[in-house]
Design a protein around this ligand. Sequence first.
Ligand SMILES: [Fe+2]
Ligand SMILES: [Fe+2]
Length: 287
Amino acid sequence: MKKPVAADGHDVAEAWEEFVQTQVYPEPGAKAKEDYRNYDSPARDSVRRFYEENHRKQTYDFVLGKRAEFLGLDRRQMSVFEACDFLNTLVDDSDPDIELDQLQHLLQTSEAIRADGHEDWFVLVGLLHDLGKVLCLYGEPQWCVVGDTFPVGCQHSERIVYPEFFSQNPDSRDPRYNTRLGVYREGCGLRNVLMSWGHDEYLYHVMKDYLPEPALYMIRYHSFYAWHREGEYDHLCDEHDREMLSWVQKFNPYDLYSKSPQPPDWNQLRPYYSDLVAKYLPAAIAF
Ligand SMILES: [Fe+2]
Ligand SMILES: [Fe+2]
């Protein structure tokens, strides 16, 4: 299968996901493979370059620009299954082993949630949560599609991965944006906070009319590791965010650790997911 765009993008996204799973947030009981801050490890160069670019370029103005560019949702009307197929064109044709890889990650996540007996909308989040990566197929570079997300317009937390790269971000020298609260009010609620641009925020806007609130939080903040894993940015949260946090935390292990040795069979599962998708979502969704 030919990738239309983002020639090296898939490799970096894969490398980033593996990096988070094995080095930053290893499975409970497992030890991180090595200290990711060890700059002598050349194997991690692509991930480090990815973070450097992300942390340098995700400014408040950049995010405003991307929101204006994409949140009109006027690019395509697609069903969930068309979006899955579309996303699968991201597959790297240099590596035959990762055919259908994007869809596999979604299915492994949703099947693990289903196996634990959770509500059907939670299972649906598993299937949907990374569909925002279709941004790559609009030609967007990886550093503004994947990776962990963080608020812009205020001081960057030291608990974000590779915080040292924020010194290259012009906002970190701008007095409007480099204080603890920046442009925000104490306890203003995350809905009033601009997050760095990526697949999470984009998909939240695509799905926001259709899913229950906890599902929307899982989609919108699943890459906001500084919040849901590190406990940072509570000063921007309100009580509603704090209530929803436990749902985001419940989702995260399924996203990170659900790789099953037996890959789910899409053809066999498709009837179940067709019904589930039809229960919550219209046949055509604006992306
Ligand atoms: Fe994601
Ligand atoms: Fe994911």
